[in-house]
Design a protein around this ligand. Structure first.
Ligand SMILES: Cc1cc2nc3c(=O)[nH]c(=O)nc-3n(C[C@H](O)[C@H](O)[C@H](O)COP(=O)(O)OP(=O)(O)OC[C@H]3O[C@@H](n4cnc5c(N)ncnc54)[C@H](O)[C@@H]3O)c2cc1C
Length: 436
């Protein structure tokens, strides 16, 4: 057994008297590490994989996520602008998606034409997840990251946290930020004793197939529909397409809703191509099914954390999907990770004594948890709209589109500066009351 301590991620001079261990180098952990660099918070980032992940397809970010990026570090936002893509049709900058029927003819026989939803405050941008991770990792000093470090246990002592890795190494830190994803082990060390029933993520009742299609092929199959973000809505199915990689590729997420529980050990399940296609045998236009030629026949089950009663326990704190994994129907999971990173790194930048760490976590929990959990809940409802099962909108496409024209505004228009101000006030009150 070797013993190490977290100490490498700060800029020299005025270093605070504590050290943070970040677990997991996904979008959440990386954005948080960048925030720590800005606020001179010393950290070490531990990642179980032997290198940064390149898994995943397209990610769309709303204006709240872009503002959060900008506030963490304006260079991040500038780099994102270079890798992101909007709708290809001029004049559709503020359109999040066009709604169409998934059925044969996309609703043409009903007289339905693509109906747009979005908002003046919204600008359509999506990126390949790999490119997004590339820009995040480009800002992280190599010496602050330790790969092939799979966390096994996180144990709290009076004034520090002891982390044990699968390889037998033991590390210590003043506090742990768990950003190890929806099924990460750190969650149980925050919730296990008090809320054991909330540790495991629950199955949301749907799985997806994902693919990236060369835009020239997508245009051949879908015509002009391919160039702009689209939601093809059907009974128990939903196809989402949008351009990524500067418009050279089309990202596809094909959702299948089921009444069956997810009974497999893994969250992904390999099926045959025939089984994948059979999932969309009824009520789906053949052009959409054709797009599955580029898809790996792998079902990605969607799990979420509908209830998370607290985001911290003493010196251990949750961030990103580990705290609030959500279904992707509002394209907001990564955005919420970035907001977490902004608020938590800002608050840790105020901490002057390690005893104040739980107070910073308490302030973070108050600011972030209500909003992030609301995203999880409303996202599940959005899934109903995308499959004609919403209790109010049902199969009424006009009502569905009207709902989409309103439903994202509270996410997109949110005042992040106000979050930071409220966080500061709360932290000041807590430290004054606790006299630390
Ligand atoms: C189909 C789909 C489409 C989506 N589309 C969008 C979208 O358009 N817009 C949007 O904003 N969001 C979207 N999301 C959500 C978004 O991808 C996630 O919210 C985000 O990637 C979560 O990042 P994270 O860093 O919290 O977790 P993760 O990306 O899961 O990262 C966790 C990291 O922790 C590491 N780890 C795990 N266990 C351990 C351990 N024991 N020890 C050490 N390290 C460990 C993992 O290797 C990984 O690197 C989508 C999600 C899905 C499934």
């Amino acid at each position: 057994m070797t013993l190490s301590s977290s100490s490498t991620g700060s800029v020299s001079g005025g270093e605070p008297p504590f050290k943070i261990a970040i677990i997991g180098a996904g979008i959440g952990g990386l954005a948080f590490a960048i925030g720590c660099l800005k606020h001179k918070v010393p950290y070490t980032l531990y990642e179980s994989a032997d290198k940064y992940s390149i898994v995943g397809a397209g990610v769309g970010l709303g204006p709240n996520a872009l503002r959060a990026m900008d506030m963490i570090d304006p260079r991040l936002r500038a780099m994102y602008n270079d890798i992101s893509s909007g709708n290809l049709t001029p004049g559709k900058d503020h359109v999040m998606m066009d709604a169409l029927y998934a059925e044969d003819g996309f609703g043409e026989s009903r007289g339905w034409e693509a109906a747009s939803f979005g908002a003046a405050c919204y600008e359509r941008t999506s990126a390949h997840r790999r490119d997004l991770l590339d820009i995040l990792t480009s800002m992280i000093p190599k010496e602050t990251v330790r790969f092939s470090k799979r966390v096994k246990t996180v144990e709290q002592r009076v004034d520090r946290v002891v982390i044990t890795f699968e390889d037998g190494e033991v590390a210590e830190a003043s506090a742990v930020i768990g950003s190890d994803g929806a099924k990460g082990p750190t969650r149980k060390f925050v919730l296990g004793e008090r809320y054991p029933e909330e540790v495991a993520a629950t199955y949301s009742g749907k799985y997806v197939y994902r693919s990236i299609i060369p835009m020239k092929d997508a245009l051949e199959i879908l015509g002009d529909h391919a160039g702009d973000a689209k939601s093809f809505i059907g009974h128990n199915v939903n196809f989402i397409t949008f351009p990524i990689s500067k418009g050279t590729q089309c990202n596809l997420v094909a959702f299948k809703f089921t009444d069956e529980p997810w009974t497999h050990d893994q969250w992904t399940r390999r099926v045959t191509k025939e089984e994948m296609v059979a999932d969309f045998a009824h009520g789906v236009d053949k052009r959409l099914v054709k797009l599955l030629d580029w898809a790996d026949p792998l079902q990605w089950s969607l799990h979420h954390h509908m209830n998370t009663p607290t985001y911290y326990n003493g010196l251990i704190c949750l961030l990103g999907d580990l705290a609030h994994a959500t279904t992707p129907h509002q394209a907001s999971g990564a955005g919420q990770c970035i907001e977490d990173a902004l608020v938590l790194s800002h608050l840790l930048g105020k901490v002057r004594d390690a005893k104040q760490l739980p107070l910073a976590f308490k302030a973070y929990d108050s600011i972030r948890r209500p909003r992030a959990q609301k995203v999880v809940k409303t996202s599940q409802e959005a899934g109903q709209l995308y499959t004609f099962t919403h209790p109010e909108a049902g199969e009424d496409m006009e009502k569905i589109v009207q709902n989409f024209r309103q439903r994202f505004l509270w996410i997109w228009e949110h005042d992040l500066e106000q979050d930071l101000r409220e966080g500061d006030e709360l932290f000041a009150k807590l430290t004054a009351a606790g006299q630390v």
